[in-house]
Write a protein that binds this ligand. Structure first.
Ligand code: PEP
Ligand code: MG
Length: 757
């Protein structure tokens, strides 16, 4: 059964459009269960109805015509209850609705199951039989499993809407497709051209791309095929004395396939239709693989792997022979399955308008980087049809997480207006640059920036920040091939400290592990966020930690604006050990005659144990800094990068708010300042609560700073405290967010937290 299911899902995923996808579903399900009728109804939310979209067994002319409102018919009852209905004689059921156009009088047995995606009923999958009898339990469980698996594929096909054909850049658009819902990654709205970026040698990730010089592209393809033929012939020769004749026959099969019309010929045809060689190859390979996978004979089914292997070999040569030099258009919106921070950093920043990633969430490092670069980002857009959108006009709404592909004129105009309003708001906010973040009743709070790239320094300085509250030193570590030397680190830290002098700069010691990997220091773990990360690694490798601390302290000589921050402390012993090593370095530098002074040391509060021991920690150090990104993840047990549970990840959860309050109170006892350096600090509505709690400084991405300053300058601390006390009576994050958004709207500050003013 599993095999059948997998094959249906694969076939549906390859469908060119929704209509084809639904027709595949009804045909395959009808055959597998061996019933007389299988149909799909989809929900039309606008009119509260279910529409027959595909059928195998009923009158095909009824497709698109049979529409059932919410309160009549069995199909709508399945949708309403969101559960399966299995009845022996549908005709006798009081909910039964007769539609003469479908000619279904002859069918009695009825089984309908809902198709649900992320709690939304997308439609209903129905099978019917002429016998008066209920369907078996096996049929019911199979249909439920098919519907659950197909929901994602249907959303995907729906999102692809009218974008199945190949299009040139700027050559848009036939009919509006639905927006795709991802997660807000970085605020702002980007409208531009989608440029799909993908990992090399991954055939499924190759997008379609329109080309003009098709004959030249055919030559490129032929050259790649020729190279593969040469490779395989040589390999076969080399293995002559090692492999028996029958095993080497596989190479002959490969060579036959390579020369066949089925692989090379069809790919050439596709190139001549205007797709580039890699895209045309992807289509051919996926199609062939599918044909083999459907074969009954298990030997032939396994040949699907050979097709894929051949495809990969041709692709590698294609990529080697004509590396993909992308000509980034103005307003590039970078799109990909899993965009990394380094991919983002490669694009000329003046061309980059936004980023959309299928994986990840607001606190993934690529989103953090997008905020540092002041470009909007949508993360976790799981239903994005990546292969079909290269070169399309695309809108990324980083506030709501929506993505519009080839938007209609109406949507385009609406977003143009929003972008203009945003620009005006940003100009207005820039006027606050040199003004203090002081409430109307005179309470001042320090606004600092989070940084990690040398390229951030200039925008950070221009933002009017009072210093760097968090410098993530792992970013320079990530860009290298080996651990950076003491001198290399010294030079980076010195530049940062000098640029901001006399303002304070908080350098955090290396925080890798979790989702931050170093290419030269791979860590394989089942549970990386609960594993070897942050201070746990550096304490186990004092040779790395000591070099970093030496570089930091030396970089501050004569400037004395350094603070050191320790990440992921979950136990007092870790802090004691780290302090011991820092003092060791300090002593050694003094002995060497360096004019160093001991920097202030702080601890990040980002795991629950540190919240409960905040007092013990505060007593030993100079300041605390709350890392709400990790604190939220660990308190709520929600992976910060997992789009599937992202709706549960919210730093406004009452548990997080109470944890922060507890940390502030514990630090007060020891008279130590507390800052917040997680993304929460840059969320204007959350910043208001942090102000009310008595947080001393907020450190955020540079793009958030003007908005937060504006909020602070427009409230009194008393008003903020009153809002906090209201929030403390609320019991869930959604309620808190709603209350705060409404409060902002009422105060005329809605434009700070959503698109448009
Ligand atoms: C945090 O966890 O809140 C934080 C600031 O650190 P990072 O996002 O780098 O883990
Ligand atoms: Mg952290």
């Amino acid at each position: 059964m599993l095999d059948i299911l997998r094959r249906i899902v694969q076939e549906v995923n390859l469908a060119k459009n929704l209509e084809q996808a639904l027709n595949i579903i009804v045909k395959r399900v009808k055959n597998v269960i061996d019933v007389e009728v299988c149909s799909v109804f989809l929900t039309n939310e606008k009119d509260n109805e279910y529409v027959l979209m595909a059928t195998d067994g009923l009158n095909p002319d009824a497709v698109g015509k049979v529409r059932m409102s919410d309160d009549i018919g069995l199909v709508s009852l399945v949708g309403k209850r969101a559960e399966a209905i299995n009845i022996a004689d549908a005709v006798k059921n009081p909910r039964y609705q007769h539609f003469p156009e479908v000619s279904e009088e002859a069918f009695h047995g009825f089984l309908g199951v809902p198709i649900i995606h992320h709690r939304n009923v997308l439609g209903v999958l129905v099978i019917q039989s002429s016998k008066i009898q209920k369907f078996s339990e096996d049929d019911e469980t199979f249909l439920i499993t098919v519907a659950a698996q197909l929901a994602g594929a249907i959303v995907h096909a729906e999102a692809s809407g009218g974008i199945s054909g190949l299009k040139q850049r700027g050559d848009e658009k036939e009919h509006e497709s639905k927006p795709i819902h991802g997660l807000p990654g970085a605020p702002g709205v980007a409208m531009g051209t989608a440029v799909v970026i993908y990992p090399p040698a991954d055939i499924d990730a190759i997008p379609d791309r329109h080309i003009l010089d098709t004959e030249k592209e055919v030559e490129v393809f032929d050259a790649a095929v020729k190279s593969v033929i040469k490779d395989i012939t040589e390999l076969s020769e080399r293995l002559k004395n090692v492999l028996p004749e029958e095993d080497r026959a596989l190479f002959d099969v490969y060579l036959l396939m390579l020369n066949s019309q089925a692989i090379s010929g069809i790919t050439r045809d596709r190139i001549r239709e205007g797709n580039w060689a890699a895209g045309a190859l992807r289509q051919t390979i996926q199609e062939h693989e599918q044909v083999f996978r459907e074969m009954e004979d298990s030997y032939l089914r396994e040949r699907a792997d050979d097709v894929r292997d051949l495809g990969r070999r041709i692709l590698m040569h294609l990529q080697e022979e004509s590396p993909d030099k992308i000509d980034y258009p103005e307003n590039t919106v970078l799109v990909g399955e899993d965009i990394s921070a380094s991919m983002l950093a490669e694009i000329p920043s003046e061309k980059l308008a936004g980023v959309i990633s299928v994986r990840g969430s607001r606190t993934s490092h690529v989103a953090i980087l997008a905020r540092a670069m002041s470009i909007s980002a949508v993360m976790g857009a799981t239903d994005l049809p990546v292969a079909k959108i290269d070169g399309r006009t695309i809108i990324a709404d980083g506030y709501s997480g929506r993505v519009f592909i080839s938007p209609s004129e109406k949507v385009t105009n609406e977003f143009k207006r929003i972008i203009d309003e945003e620009a005006a708001l940003s100009d207005e906010l820039m006027e606050l640059r040199d003004l203090p973040a002081k409430t109307q009743d005179g309470i001042e709070i320090s606004l600092l920036v989070n940084s990690g790239l040398l390229s951030d320094i200039t925008p950070s300085l221009q933002s009017g920040a009072e210093g760097i509250g968090l410098y993530r030193t792992e970013f320079p570590f990530m860009e290298r091939q080996t651990f950076p030397s003491e001198e290399e680190q010294h030079s980076i830290y010195r530049q940062v400290l000098e640029s901001f002098h006399p303002r304070p700069v908080t350098l955090r010691t290396l925080d890798v592990g979790g989702d931050k990997a170093l290419p030269y220091f791979p860590i394989e773990e089942d549970n990386p966020f609960l594993g070897w990360r942050g201070i746990r690694i550096t304490l186990d490798h004092p040779e790395i930690f000591l070099v970093q601390i030496r570089a930091m302290i030396r970089a501050s000589i004569g400037l004395n604006n350094l603070k050191i921050l320790l990440p992921m402390i979950s136990d007092i012993t870790e802090l004691n050990d780290a302090l011991g090593l820092i003092h060791q370095v300090y002593g050694e530098l003094l002995e060497e005659g360096e004019k160093v002074i001991m920097p202030e040391i702080g601890v990040m509060i980002e795991v629950p144990s540190a919240v409960y021991q905040a007092g013990n920690l505060a007593r030993r150090v100079d300041f605390l800094s709350i890392g709400t990104n990790d604190l939220t993840q660990y308190l709520l047990a929600v992976d910060r990068n997992n789009a599937r549970v992202a709706s549960l990840y919210d730093s406004l959860h009452p548990a997080v708010i109470r944890a922060i309050l507890q940390v502030v109170e514990s630090a007060r006892v020891h008279d130590k300042p507390v800052s917040v350096c997680g993304e929460m600090a840059g969320d204007p509505i959350a910043a208001l609560l942090l102000l009310a709690m008595g947080i001393d400084s907020l450190s955020m991405s540079v793009s958030s700073l003007p908005r937060v300053k504006w909020v602070i300058r427009n409230v009194t601390r008393d008003r903020a405290r009153q809002i906090l006390s209201d929030v403390l009576t609320l019991e869930d994050a959604a309620g808190i967010r709603k209350y705060l958004n409404e409060t902002f709207e009422e105060a005329g500050m809605g434009g700070l937290v959503r698109a448009g003013n």
